[in-house]
Write a protein that binds this ligand. Structure first.
Ligand code: HEC
Ligand code: HEC
Length: 321
């Protein structure tokens, strides 16, 4: 009997020591500084460039959806240029993520960041402080023109002084960083020249993958690392929100399991004009409602051109009580 207690004692001490060492290793190694090139940026005050930047920031690239105060959503949906000064929090198992104040304020905004530092966030997912960022902003393959116009527009806005606290990681978030599960993004074949803004599969592919992040949410992924684990656009990503559990529908043209199978181009356009239907949905419907018809048509054409994938999503919204 006594022996058993002795062994249990050793076991307990052993497990405790392993736990403490793991904790110590993670605490010492999660803060890593990454290196990535600074993309060349040319800022412009040309009105066409600024208009394109404004359109992308509030519309398809939906920077506004994440980088404004939640109390400003209604005003934004009504078309007001509310300040992109931060104020929301994204609370997920790896941590509490706080989108930054993107107005040119020097102390609290991007006034103290160079254009190249901002561009590096978008192309490589590396912050101004060398932190690798969780993959909220997959803009690595945006055209140079669009990158220039977004940063030009942000620089042209009035500075708003609003201090946003730093992002805080949970122990899980620190483990993910310590083991290097999140790496700086590697831009693929970045289209150098602006694509023709027309209702075409090519332009739709660009919007859905490199601007509006449809692929990021409508594909099976590992939520810890962001890695894609199945065919793109086949849906199935789950979001646990306060009011409901949301699962992204399959956007491939599979006749049985694809949500778009019975949608005409007009149904698709009208759906995008209507904005959010389900309270608390993570899909940035309000920003997308600002997309022009050419862009919505291009996305529709692209989705219809994808290889059909069978993936039955029973319900996209399940309310919690
Ligand atoms: C899905 C939400 C989301 C969208 C969309 C989004 N961001 Fe962010 N952004 C974040 C979060 C979260 C952070 C804070 C990341 C952190 O500190 O780990 C952030 C941080 C940043 C930073 C600061 C990084 C640093 O160096 O500290 C910049 C610059 C930025 N975003 C630019 C943009 C631009 C430009 C767009 C639109 C083209 C955009 N973001 C769209 C969520 C988003
Ligand atoms: C941040 C995650 C996210 C992004 C980005 C996103 N979606 Fe969604 N989408 C969802 C979720 C969750 C649902 C299910 C809940 C709902 O209908 O609002 C959904 C639903 C849909 C639906 C079905 C709507 C209905 O009425 O049945 C379509 C179509 C759709 N998304 C297309 C797109 C397209 C196209 C894009 C890119 C332009 C996109 N989504 C980007 C998360 C996202």
């Amino acid at each position: 009997m006594k022996k058993i207690f002795k062994y249990l004692g050793y076991l307990f001490v052993g497990v405790l020591l392993i736990g403490i060492s793991l904790f110590a290793i993670v605490s010492m190694t999660w803060k890593k500084a990454y290196d990535a090139p600074y993309p060349p940026i040319s800022i412009s005050s040309d009105s066409t460039v600024l208009a394109r930047g404004q359109y992308l920031v509030y519309g398809p690239a939906h920077c506004a959806t994440c980088h404004i105060d939640p109390s400003d959503y209604d005003a934004m949906s009504a078309g007001e240029l509310v300040p992109i000064a931060g104020g929301s929090e994204i609370i997920i198992p790896p941590g509490t993520f706080r989108p930054r104040n993107l107005t040119p304020d020097i102390e609290t905004g991007i006034g103290s960041l160079t254009n190249e530092e901002v561009a590096r966030v978008m192309r490589f997912g590396v912050g101004h402080d060398g932190r690798v960022l969780f993959p909220f902003m997959p803009f690595e393959n945006m055209t140079e023109e669009d990158l220039n116009s977004i940063i030009s527009f942000l620089r042209s806005r009035p500075p708003v002084s609003r201090k946003i606290e730093a992002t805080e990681y949970t122990f899980l978030g620190k483990v993910v960083l310590a083991v290097g599960m999140i790496k700086p993004i590697q831009p693929g074949a970045t289209p150098k020249k602006a694509l023709k803004q027309e209702a075409s599969v090519v332009y739709g592919e660009y919007l859905a993958n490199s601007v509006a992040n449809c692929a990021g949410c409508h594909s099976p992924r590992d939520l810890k690392s962001g890695e894609f684990t199945g065919p793109k656009f086949s849906g199935g990503l789950i979001f646990e929100e306060t009011a409901a559990t949301f699962t992204t529908p399959n956007l491939t043209p599979d006749p049985e399991t694809g949500v778009l199978a019975t949608w005409t181009e007009d149904t698709f356009i009208q759906r995008f004009k209507s904005g959010p239907i389900h309270e608390g949905t993570p899909m940035p419907w309000s920003s997308f409602a600002m997309m022009n018809e050419v862009d919505v048509k291009a996305i529709y054409m692209y989705l219809k051109s994808l290889p059909p994938t069978k993936n039955l999503i029973e319900k996209t919204v399940v309310m919690k009580d």
